[in-house]
Design a protein around this ligand. Sequence first.
Ligand SMILES: [Zn+2]
Length: 427
Amino acid sequence: MRHVASFWPALILAVLAAAIAAPPAVAADEPPAAPELVENALDGVPPDEARMESYSHGRYVLRLVDFLWGVALLSVIVFSGFSGYLQRVVEKATLRPNLKVALYVVLFTLISFAGTFPLSVYRGYVREKAYGFANQTFPAWLGDQGKELALGVVIQALFFTVLYLAIRRLGRRWWVAGAALAIAFLVLLLAVGPVFIAPLFNKFEPLKDAALRGDILAMAHAQGIPADEVYQVDASRQSEHNNAYVAGLLGTQRIVLYDTLLRKFSPREIKVVMGHEMGHHVLNHIWKFVAFLSIVILVGFVLVDRLSRRILVRRPALGIAALSEPASLPLLLLVLSVYMFVTGPAAATFSRTMEHRADIFGIEATRDPVAAASAFIKFGRLDLGEYHVHPWIEALLFDHPSLGSRIRFAQDYARRHGTAAAEADPM
Ligand SMILES: [Zn+2]
């Protein structure tokens, strides 16, 4: 999914990840679990299975490999002089500044897509297939990648053309306007995403289960959310992973349930997941994340400005005359990706805090901590997220609390407040 040139998609993913209810991943070889609560959901945190550990640990390692691969690729493009060469090629076609930037961005996006393609295939297809999650054939998966690439090319060409215009016009002060532009773009993409982008990949329709739909809407109205629809999406087209999310801004907000989750989770578990999503909405988490990112972007752009200028002055042989030339783009992205990696733990902690609040909201809205504990146990079994995460890994990488912490919280809540909605479960 994520290639190095995808600064925007990466940011959007980060925001969406924060908006996503459930944690990370189902096994095709697993018998379809009857949609009931797991047994003994209040009996402590279950031990990790070997498959959960290997899938989760691989993900941590891949995070690091992704980052290092991206840094290496961008470094080669900048420091070999290739970026300067690429700009000279573009200049043979056009010397008009805006067009030059757009054309450069298109070529660069294609090249970096190709440069990260092997890793994308492994992470997105081979590994997901090996663990029984991927439901697509390779050509179908490639088709989705092609669509993402086409979108990435258009969005990035538009964004960077305007950003470089700001750099040319505003000189050393570009980063103020640049950050404002980036945030405006982010808000726009978050607003149009659920309505214009997500339907390019999946089919969305009103939730078919009328009883469940009624319950969820009643719950939304009880929480003061004027929703009149809940959506389901054919996420099983791509994968067996289970999830739900709230997306959208400025009037395009919607709650979406994966068909996989509908198939494998009981109505009580689904309601807790929905309560969590409603928590994100009521507690304004998307806007809070936008505010947080605004600060991150502003500081990031200042850093880009100071560091890139210094490097360009010292290394005239790179063939990048100034920061205002499009050939500086990979350098800009290199500085940003190191910066985002370093600030990643702060962003993850910010996100974890919001996710925990959404968990509390979901449990209080449903008064059903048993279903919450059961849902978290299922996410571990089905999506192979390990329960017992090393505290450092959780602190540095996790944008949701670990499943173990979430299960323990739900169980403590049940001990403190009882299990009113859990008639069948004795304390
Ligand atoms: Zn969430």
